[in-house]
Write a protein that binds this ligand. Structure first.
Ligand code: GDP
Ligand code: CA
Length: 342
């Protein structure tokens, strides 16, 4: 019986997958999974940024607001029914950055977080406190949200800039995504502080003690890639008794939303479902995966993944609603625990 599931998640893709997974757990539609199973989310914190003196953690907040039904359903980030007076007032002062959208409701979260951090609490403790509002009322202790690390880690992107003497400029990942809309090539992606980071409290135990580890269709470079880059995380994934199975964020040769294409290109990985699975690699060959799902339209890539020592199937991978997403999670579980598991 699967009672403990650990998910390594980014923001929007991770949160949507978690909604479907939790829906499947409570509906009892996931093979071998207890209806009171505990889900531990290890979330990416390398998108975090200090803005106007506030610590903003986009992926933690997206997971928290989505599962707590506070997310804006159209934007898929920030709070629903948001107003923007703070942003307007800051713009009136001409204060930069003006491109980062801090909503009034959202600001309350960042104020609480920043105050607690400045009082000396680690990010993990702050996150637990914020989750008392967002997760506990619905899920009790059945969902835990853990930052991948309490240390400061930031993804930066080098882009071409003709006006700069060196011909390039390094920007925070948020500036690349929000201001530049990922419309210019990412020459290099740098994870500042990642190789010195310590896994957050409970992170390694959540992987070693799990019955199942899931990689949602989160960005393989700047979401899952950064979690895997926290020292020791990859090592415990290799040795955990839990099967590790992932879902491709690349469908039909491109990402569904976001900028996975630009990020994969910048690290020299082909933009394809099989290529991403092989980039993670088979656990049997020093990688992190036992199983990998590709979209039904990418069925011709299954053999390539299997040749790399990873169990693979092609199933519908569009998270159109919670039932469709729960079916993806069920297929992922079946792939590594069912009779056909290799
Ligand atoms: P971010 O932190 O907000 O960028 O979100 P994540 O890293 O968690 O997820 C972003 C990834 O989710 C993108 O690369 C998308 O291609 C992928 N994605 C979003 N919706 C879907 C979907 O319906 N199906 C699949 N397979 N991938 C999706
Ligand atoms: Ca993110």
């Amino acid at each position: 019986m699967i009672r403990d599931i650990t998910v390594l998640a980014g923001g929007t893709g991770g949160a949507r997958f978690l909604q479907g997974l939790l829906h499947g757990i409570s509906a009892g539609t996931l093979p071998g999974v207890a209806q009171d199973a505990v889900v531990t989310v290890v979330a990416n914190t390398a998108d975090d940024i200090w803005v106007h003196g506030l610590k903003v953690c986009p992926d933690l907040d997206t997971v928290m607001y989505t599962l707590g039904d506070g997310i804006d359903p159209v934007r898929r980030w920030g709070r629903r029914d948001e107003t923007w007076s703070v942003r307007t007032e800051l713009a009136e002062y001409g204060v930069e950055p003006t491109w980062f959208g801090l909503g009034d409701r959202d600001v309350a979260t960042h104020l609480v977080r920043t105050q607690m951090l400045e009082a000396g609490y680690p990010l993990s403790a702050v996150t637990t406190a914020l989750c008392r509002r967002w997760l506990e009322p619905t899920y009790g202790d059945r969902v835990r949200l853990l930052p991948m690390t309490d240390d400061r880690v930031e993804t930066h992107v080098a882009v071409t800039d003709e006006e700069s003497p060196s011909g390039r400029r390094v920007v925070h990942f948020q500036e690349y995504w929000v201001r530049l809309r990922a419309s210019v090539p990412a020459e290099t992606v740098v994870f500042v502080g990642l190789d010195q980071a310590t896994p957050g409290p409970g992170v390694l135990d959540a992987i070693t003690g799990a019955d199942l580890v899931l990689l949602p269709p989160s960005n393989p470079v700047v979401s899952v890639g950064t979690i895997l880059g926290v020292p020791d995380v990859r090592d415990v994934l290799r040795v955990t008794k839990a099967p590790v199975v992932g879902v491709s964020p690349i469908v039909g040769g491109s990402h569904v939303h976001g900028m996975a294409e630009q990020m994969l290109t910048s690290i020299g990985v082909e933009v394809g479902a099989a290529a991403v699975g092989l980039h993670y690699g088979a656990r049997s060959a020093g990688g992190v995966l036992d199983g990998w799902l590709v979209d039904e339209g990418d069925a011709d890539q299954v053999a390539r993944v299997r040749d790399g020592g990873i169990a693979c199937r092609a199933v519908p991978l569009m998270m159109t609603d919670h039932d469709a997403t729960a079916a993806m999670a069920a297929a992922a579980i079946e792939l590594v625990t069912g009779p056909a598991a290799v």
